[in-house]
Design a protein around this ligand. Structure first.
Ligand code: PLP
Length: 398
């Protein structure tokens, strides 16, 4: 065997699997690497609350440690938390999940996304997903050896996905529709009337809907609609929910999956082997959030709303056209007025004015020409950031 052949064999059968090699690294990560080495940067980049976890939740966690609750829990999570999740979903959306068999507590929605795809997909099964999308969605589909099928959305339709656009892409291999509303990165919300035709498509073609509702509590002037609450949808919805955003608990790593029992049983197989159980302390913390954290949630949501209005008005005033996001904590303005691509805009803005935003194309083709600005940042910092961005746009307006 010649050296050349050996080389190409080594390349073909590299140390890292083809599956992982074919995945691109998150476009956000590259950005944060640059950012870490700079000073005086105002970051509207990272999608996490600036609030520290409410004191009541932190104290419940401390108490659970002091009481020696340091063991694995049931694979499903502590029953008290599953009961509280069940009551919460029934109170907010009128859907009932049986705590014993229809809910798994996960290590964040991130784990939930992965194990749901592992459980649902056979090799080559297709998953339809509105574009722009959260960066993990194509990755979890690819890791489960499924095929990710982006479905375009656009600002003229407030980044809502249409039933017709979904239906057009259905093939015999389509297994599920992956929704994430309120949306990261656009802040778009799909209200009940928007979701009904999507639910019709799912029922007509016998598809599952995997619905990532991690931002369910962060809505402004509209009501969140839980997909599982729509007629005939509880049976075909796999609901992902979490605590990171509404309770300011990103570092605790706790979320949940709710679905009918036979589906949960399948998901449980993936969960028990990769995770065993979600962090015990975090589970007691999340329980406290559900039992006594409502006032904290409402206080933070009211503050996000104030910042939302500041940033959206600010972008529009400087000529960066920004539709009104009704959920999550992101604004998604167009940078077209500068003539720069979203990547150049984000990179030059960071270098020249030290403000970090994320290029929209990191979230799919339909994000191109926009940037994502997270307003889970203090009001004063957003004001300062807007001043800097305004200066930048003045210089680059073409
Ligand atoms: N889903 C969406 C849409 C998100 O934006 C994020 C985090 O940014 C996650 C899931 C991750 O959630 P968790 O912290 O519960 O893993």
């Amino acid at each position: 065997m010649s050296d050349g052949m050996l080389q190409s064999n080594v390349t073909r059968r590299g140390n890292i699997s083809q599956r992982i090699q074919s995945m691109s690294s998150s476009g956000i990560r590259r950005f944060f690497d640059i950012l870490e080495s700079m000073e005086n940067v105002i970051s509207l980049g990272v999608g996490q609350p600036d609030f520290v976890t409410p004191a009541g939740i932190r104290n419940a966690a401390i108490k659970s440690i002091e009481e020696g609750r340091t063991y694995y829990t049931s694979n499903y999570g502590i029953i008290e938390l599953r009961q509280a999740i069940s009551r919460n979903l029934e109170r907010l959306y009128g859907v009932y999940y049986e705590p014993a068999t229809e809910i798994i507590v996960t290590t964040g929605v991130s784990e939930g996304q992965g194990i749901v795809m592992e459980a649902l997909l056979d090799i080559g099964d297709e998953v339809l997903c509105p574009d722009p999308y959260y960066v993990a969605y194509p990755a979890v589909v690819a890791l489960a050896e499924g095929v990710f099928v982006p479905v375009p959305t656009c600002v003229d339709n407030d980044f809502k996905v249409s039933a017709a656009d979904l239906e057009e892409r259905i093939t015999p291999r389509t297994k599920a529709i992956f929704l994430g509303y309120p949306s990261n990165p656009t802040g778009a919300v799909m209200e009940r009337d928007d979701l009904l035709p999507v639910a019709d498509v799912a029922r007509k073609h016998n598809l599952f809907v995997v619905s990532d509702e991690i931002y369910d509590r962060l809505v402004y002037g509209v009501k969140h609609t839980c997909v599982a609450s729509l007629p005939g949808m509880r049976e075909r919805t796999i609901l992902l929910g979490g605590f990171s955003k509404a309770y300011a608990m990103t570092g605790w790593r706790v979320g949940y999956v709710a679905a009918r029992a036979d589906i949960i049983e399948g998901i449980m197989k993936a969960h028990q082997y990769v995770m065993m159980s979600a962090p015990t302390v975090a589970q007691y913390a999340a329980l406290e959030g559900l039992l006594n954290g409502e006032e904290d949630v409402r206080g933070m949501v009211a503050e996000y709303d104030r910042r939302r209005r500041l940033i959206v008005d600010g972008f529009n005033a400087m000529g960066l056209r920004c539709f009104e996001p009704r959920g999550a904590f992101y604004a998604f303005p167009s940078v077209g007025v500068t003539g720069l691509s979203d990547e150049s805009f984000a990179e030059q803005l960071l270098m020249e004015e030290r403000v970090a935003v994320v290029p929209g194309s990191a979230f799919g083709q339909c994000g191109a020409g926009h940037v994502r600005a997270c307003y889970a940042q203090s009001y004063e910092k957003i004001e300062e950031a807007l001043e800097r961005i305004g200066r930048f746009v003045q210089r680059h307006r073409h």
